[in-house]
Design a protein around this ligand. Structure first.
Ligand SMILES: [Zn+2]
Length: 457
């Protein structure tokens, strides 16, 4: 799971209401279908895969990730899946070691300048010019050659402001806040068009702007050194099984997890647990009759900002997006020290994935609640309008993202429960007797269960 601080797609907390939904009784034959899945699941397979994958951290773009990717692909192939390794580019940014700003006439002032993620290095001294919000109109006709642009936050992205100023010839940019506090900003991606830029607080920025407006000439000195952008390649592993062409509803269901881990963390639970469960469900479903295309995917670079799942989502055609009826994401599904199983959607609303999960839970082991949370690979799918949900135990264990995320803290009971619920839910759509969800608009019928919204802690 992605740590909170690098989630730019802020999922705001909403009012939480207790919800109760009563549904018609389950079709008794659903239990028989569940059993086909449940009796095939071998939790020792999942456990052994976690043990193997968590021998070392699997940081995206490193040889350790490559090794995991090869192992996963080999497993998928051995189950008879059409298997693709999908490469994608990512950037590793190293923050600068030096970030300095001084302005003549502000002798003892500590501007406490901050840098921007993906910002450029440089050492610039030049006349300070205030260009307002730094939009295209603000720089239109200006010649800022050799100058340092002072820009206020707002209306445009940081990157747009810097590129606009640089386009007019500015050699550096000082960006000040429009509210109290500091700016912990990112430019989103690297660009050769950037000039060195620093961020400062509102009060000092307004003082600079006021003195320039009063006709005073100010010279600024901006220095940024040590920043580094490295281009790296990470990979998704995609295993596909198509239904018999005579019984093809045209639907696609995706079951995903992320195989990368954070630096220094062996990631037994985060997310070797989800990856290993994806592999086991792929094995279990490999010989089952289906009328729905199944895609089992392990994503790379989740911990770098959902980079792999965004790359995969971007690679989908409109036709595929239309046909994907559900995406199940399993992230951190085996910790002995985490809370209960919860299904999280990006908008906090239940959908076909949570309905199927809750129904399977009710048939197999009890209530599964839902709540609102992003922070994993279900987000890019939700943004495409695809019903998706994150299956995770919450609250998460204390050693999440630490070297202590190791195999000894993995619970086979937790793994078994998640594998059964997700496996049964997937099979309820994928098996040939259930009508196509889209065409018939028939949601499988859960037994009575209560939905309660939960926040991830
Ligand atoms: Zn994580």
């Amino acid at each position: 799971m992605l740590r909170k601080s690098i989630v730019s797609l802020a999922v705001t907390s909403s009012l939480v209401f207790g919800m109760t939904a009563a549904y018609a009784a389950a079709n008794p034959s659903d239990h028989a279908f569940d059993n086909k899945i449940v009796k095939r699941i071998k939790v020792d397979n999942i456990y052994k895969t976690i043990e193997l994958l968590s021998k070392e951290p699997r940081v995206a773009g490193t040889p350790a990730e490559d090794k995991a990717v090869e192992y996963i692909a080999k497993q998928f192939k051995s189950f008879g899946y059409n298997t693709e390794i999908q490469p994608f580019e990512m950037f590793q940014y190293t923050s600068p070691t030096t970030v300095e700003l001084s302005v003549d006439g502000f002798v003892d002032t500590d501007f406490a300048p901050d840098s921007f993620t993906y910002g450029a290095n440089g050492d610039v001294t030049g006349e300070l010019v205030y260009i307002g919000l730094g939009g295209p109109d603000d720089v239109d006709g200006l010649d800022l050659s050799g100058k340092v642009a002072l820009v206020k936050r707002g209306s445009y992205t940081f990157a747009e402001k810097i590129l606009n100023a640089a386009g007019a010839g500015a050699e550096a940019v000082i960006l000040f806040n429009n509210t109290s506090g500091g700016i912990n900003g990112t430019l989103g991606e690297p660009s050769d068009g950037y000039v060195p830029a620093v961020a400062i607080g509102r009060d000092l920025g307004e003082q600079l702007a006021d003195r320039l407006a009063a006709g005073e000439g100010l010279t600024a000195h901006v220095k940024i050194a040590g920043a580094k952008v490295e281009r790296q390649t990470s990979h998704n592993v995609i295993a596909t099984k198509k239904p018999n062409p005579n019984k093809d509803t045209g639907q696609i269901v995706i079951v995903g997890a992320h195989h990368d881990s954070v630096e220094g963390g062996p990631g037994a639970n985060d997310d070797a647990s989800g990856t290993a469960t994806v592999l086991e469900l792929a094995r279990v479903l490999s010989n089952m009759p289906i009328d729905t295309e199944l895609r089992f995917i392990t994503f790379g670079a989740e911990e770098n900002g959902l980079v792999g799942s965004y790359a995969y989502a971007e690679s989908l055609t409109e036709d595929e997006i239309d046909r994907i009826v559900a995406q199940f994401q399993m992230d951190m599904v085996g910790s002995r020290d985490a809370g209960e199983l919860i299904m999280y959607t990006v908008d906090g609303e239940k959908n076909i994935v949570t309905d199927l999960g809750a129904a399977a839970g009710a048939r197999l082991s009890g209530v599964v609640n839902y709540g609102q949370e992003g922070r994993s690979d279900h987000v890019p799918f939700a943004e495409l309008g695809i019903p998706s949900a994150l299956f995770i135990h919450a609250p998460v264990e204390p050693w999440y993202h630490t070297p202590e995320d190791t195999i000894d803290k993995i619970s086979k009971d937790k793994l078994q429960q998640v594998a059964e619920i997700v496996g049964a839910a997937v099979y309820q759509i994928a098996r040939p007797d259930t009508p196509a969800l889209k065409n018939a608009r028939v949601a499988p019928k859960p037994v009575d269960y209560e939905f309660e919204e939960r926040e991830l802690e």
